[in-house]
Design a protein. Structure first.
Length: 563
């Protein structure tokens, strides 16, 4: 009963205005998607839990002008507007384009950035000279964007995407004729691809901050703050730090209220018409077709595999078992990615056929290495990111997994020759130098079976270094070593770290963590429960689980970071 009375009392109270709420709480909560990547808003790799990006700096400057602090709220980009309407945050600030449909639904501040819509095509496709040459052609873009609306008005078949890289991958593969997106995205994800070319800029748009309807006072305060930041030179200084400043941004400094009214004047209220019903029915039909097609493929395949495993010859039963275990152990959409993108040059699949072969998606979690983020819901676009990450990261397995049929030198030279295309002579010279670095010059002709455990581990390290990684991952590097060899390993890794290599190791060896790491993270149950310098974490732990680990408790894993 008391809780019911409290609820009624709260509902009867007069609600704060938008600006009053921000000042009462002392923070400006701004919604954005950290998975969107550079240069907007993203997690800071140098400050765990922190954010970086030009919109991060802009949010902090706006909050300062309002006399409060800025607080980032993670939200998927595609649902920023609905989440704003629900009250999940005070403003949406994440490359949100001013469009008539959005202007008819939410309040926009004055713009803070002007961008161009940039059209890209394949380098050999000279027939694409502009949008007029793309009537009834498939052109990729982001769903619900300004480019999406422009393509639809121009009689072009707009192909919607959720990720920023997948449109350009499809363009390279010939699945779309061109891609139209904001120039900030085109510069970072499209133009670096050698097979693509810039056709030209075909339109202009603005980024502005979204505010809930009815909170005009907050919008006016933000307009004033934006004006102050722009006139002081701080806004363009932020743009310059992120390499996105140009002459057009002077318009943001000289912007007037009349221009804001002009930009926000075109509005449109979304309604469910016959066109949307047709699209809905088409989508339902495709879903049904995919489901039926998948079942038609799965039933005979599953029956055939089961019968082969039960009654087939030994080799066929083992092959079927391997096939089942492979598919069971990998995400279905990853298999789809390999078929749809990885084998595109050999096995060309249309989207429907690819969908029949894979119906699950990447569910949750984020993996970030440097500027690249692997995110849920964006699996098809992650092939290039994965390749970039693999080029930067080396890995030493706990059991080392050397090639048994190769000598120590052959293990080190194999990947540079076959993956990076390095010539045999260069790879051999580099391999011998690496073996010398790990103290195994005299063992270059020995096979793994002829090497001790410590020697095999050093070959594995040399093999990982042969790909010239920026980061070296190591799984339990001391698990099979005696104390003397642990000391030798620490000496070797200290030398590598001094050469500028970042080391990330999972270990239960406290001496290893204490002497080598610059930062220690304690993991338990899949969560980081404590982190800090080894002198503090290992000598004066704060978390109860860490104290148990360093005493008589069961051992969770420690992850150590050395730079």
């Amino acid at each position: 009963m008391p809780s019911v009375l409290a609820l009624l009392s709260a509902c009867g109270a007069e609600q704060d205005s938008g600006l009053a709420r921000v000042r009462r709480t002392g923070e400006l909560r701004w919604g954005a998607d950290a998975q969107g990547g550079e240069p907007y808003a993203m997690e800071d790799p140098d400050a765990p839990g922190g954010m970086r990006g030009f919109e991060v700096e802009l949010a902090e400057a706006l909050a300062r002008e309002l006399g409060v602090r800025a607080r980032f709220v993670q939200n998927d980009w595609s649902s920023l507007v609905p989440s704003l309407e629900r009250g999940s945050f005070d403003v949406a600030l994440n490359g949100l384009e001013v469009t008539p449909a959005r202007a008819g639904r939410i309040l926009f501040t004055r713009p803070y950035y002007v961008f161009n819509l940039r059209l890209l095509a394949r380098r050999g496709d000279a027939a694409v000279t502009g949008l007029e040459a793309l009537k009834a052609q498939r052109v990729g873009t982001l769903a619900n964007s300004l480019a999406w609306e422009l393509l639809q008005r121009g009689g072009v078949e707009a192909v919607p995407y959720e990720g920023v890289e997948e449109p350009y991958i499809d363009l390279e593969q010939g699945r779309v004729r061109a891609v139209l997106m904001d120039d900030l995205l085109a510069q970072r994800y499209g133009q670096p691809r050698p097979g693509l070319r810039v056709v030209g800029d075909v339109g202009e748009g603005y980024y502005a901050i979204a505010v809930r309807p009815g909170e005009e006072d907050l919008r006016e305060a933000l307009d004033t703050a934006l004006g102050n930041i722009a006139r002081s030179g701080e806004l363009r200084a932020i743009f310059q730090r992120w390499g996105i400043d140009n002459a057009e941004q002077q318009r943001m400094v000289d912007w007037t209220d009349a221009q804001t009214r002009e930009v926000l004047a075109p509005t449109r209220t979304a309604r469910m018409g016959w066109g949307q019903w047709v699209l809905f029915l088409q989508a339902a039909g495709v879903t049904l077709l995919v489901s039926v097609g998948a079942m038609a493929l799965a039933i005979p395949l599953g029956v055939g595999l089961a019968l082969t495993r039960l009654y087939g010859p030994g080799w066929a039963a083992r092959l079927s078992t391997g096939y089942v275990e492979l598919l069971r152990g990998t995400p279905v959409l990853l298999q789809l990615y390999v078929l749809y993108y990885g084998l595109a040059g050999v096995l060309r699949l249309d989207p429907l056929s690819a969908a029949i072969l894979g119906l699950e998606s990447f569910d949750e979690g984020v993996v970030r290495v440097g500027p690249d983020t692997l995110a849920p819901g964006d699996v098809r676009a992650q092939g290039e990111k994965v390749r970039r990450i693999r080029r930067r990261v080396g890995f030493v397995f706990q059991q080392w997994h050397l090639f048994a049929h190769r000598t120590a030198l052959g293990n080190v030279t194999e990947a540079p020759m076959h993956v990076k295309g390095v010539g045999r002579q260069e790879a051999t010279e580099r391999g011998r130098a690496l073996l010398a670095k790990v103290g195994l010059s005299h063992r270059e002709d020995a096979y793994p079976s002829e090497l001790s455990g410590g020697e095999q581990q050093r070959v594995a390290i040399a093999r990982a270094l042969a790909m010239e990684p920026e980061v070296l991952l190591m799984d339990e590097p001391t698990s099979a070593l005696d104390p003397e060899r642990v000391g030798a390993l620490i000496d070797l890794l200290e030398q590598l770290r001094a050469d500028g290599l970042t080391l990330v190791a999972v270990t239960h060896e406290m001496r290893f963590a204490r002497e080598l790491a610059s930062r220690v993270l304690v993991l338990h149950g899949g969560h980081i429960i404590e982190e800090g310098p080894p002198a503090r974490v290992l000598a004066h732990p704060r978390h109860e689980r860490t104290r148990a680990f360093l005493g008589l408790g069961r051992l969770p894993a420690l992850r150590t970071l050395g730079a």
